[in-house]
Design a binder for this molecule. Structure first.
Ligand SMILES: Nc1ncnc2c1ncn2[C@@H]1O[C@H](COP(=O)(O)OP(=O)(O)O)[C@@H](O)[C@H]1O
Ligand SMILES: [Mg+2]
Length: 297
């Protein structure tokens, strides 16, 4: 059976004056399961935003298709919510109105009170209360604006959330606290999320799986790294987990070396990324499991 979102042999090519088109990426093939949080990492220019925009229905691929829930994506839809790096809030509306606007459009039968209560719940989840919800975007800090964008995207409850480096423009401290808010809101909703980031620590904290892209031209998704660190995860505890540095080193090594080495190597056909999974070196018996002797007694 197909995964919830199925990306099948996607390519993006641009015409050039010389005739031979420029292939940014090709044979990009992967799936996203329902409720999964998937991050994608790769060097600037390899085509991550283009892939996200094709998933959103905002851009067209040169080859291949995206199928979501059995139907091909052909244009934008309320079933797919997008958060960009440069806050796409409506400047003439307050934070609250920015959220109710989307919630009302998505749920036309709801009463005003229902819409408002739902929007406030999501603003609270991202820590935006105490009057800030009545301010306009220009009166909010960058971090607060991005909180509103995230609240709006989650509150409209699309089937798929697409986040394009949503914290890229924020300072490290603000980014850390919004990552926490994002984890909180996601643990409530278990939405399906596809997120671009260039921050490996952020990806390990948030993702169930990280897709690694080689450099362009002819970029592709080469690996799918499973993040075998149990949830709930906390930023200050995750580094203690025995898998953390093994995963982190793998990602950093891919980005610093292998993404270039694998670049330009053409598969010629869509190939699913190789699955990378870090297991415990020595399998330990699960705590509390009865010993064999005890079972036989
Ligand atoms: N009109 C165009 N003609 C040629 N190349 C383009 C055009 N538009 C975008 N590109 C190229 O497509 C590539 C992919 O861009 P993008 O998806 O934004 O990458 P990323 O998000 O990974 O940084 C870039 O290398 C860019 O130079
Ligand atoms: Mg980009």
């Amino acid at each position: 059976m197909k995964p919830f979102v199925s990306v099948e042999g996607l390519a993006k090519r641009f015409p050039t004056p010389k005739g031979e088109p420029l292939t940014v990426f090709e044979n990009v093939t992967f799936g996203v399961e329902k409720g999964e949080f998937v991050c994608i990492i790769g060097h600037s220019g390899c085509g991550k935003s283009t892939i996200l925009n094709v998933l959103a229905g905002l851009d067209e691929a040169s080859e291949g298709a995206v199928v979501m829930d059995g139907r091909e994506v052909r244009g934008p839809s309320l079933e797919r919510g997008v958060v960009f790096q440069n806050y796409s809030l409506l400047p003439w509306l307050t934070a609250l109105q920015n959220v109710t606007f989307g919630v009302g459009a998505r749920n036309p039968k709801w009463s005003r009170e229902q819409v408002r209560a739902h929007a406030i719940k999501y603003l609270e989840l991202v820590g935006l209360t105490g009057g800030a919800e009545h301010r306009k975007p220009s009166q909010l800090s960058g971090g607060m604006r991005q909180r509103v964008s995230i609240a709006r995207a989650f509150a409209t409850q699309p089937q798929l959330l697409l986040l394009d480096e949503p914290f890229g423009a924020l300072d490290a401290l603000t980014r850390g606290s919004i990552q926490d808010e994002l984890l909180k809101i996601w643990s409530e909703t278990h939405q399906t999320v596809f997120m671009i980031t260039h921050d490996v620590d952020e990806a390990i904290l948030l993702a169930d799986r990280i897709l690694l892209m080689t450099n362009g031209p002819f970029a592709r998704v080469a690996e799918s790294v499973e993040i075998s660190i149990p949830r709930p995860r906390r930023r200050d505890e995750i580094i203690e987990h025995p898998h953390f540095y093994r995963i982190r080193n793998h990602l950093v090594h891919f980005l610093s070396r292998r993404s270039r080495g694998l670049a330009g190597r053409r598969e010629g056909r869509p190939v699913a990324p190789e699955t990378i999974r870090f297991e415990d070196e020595e399998p330990r018996p699960a705590p509390g499991r009865p010993r064999l002797a005890a079972v036989n007694e």
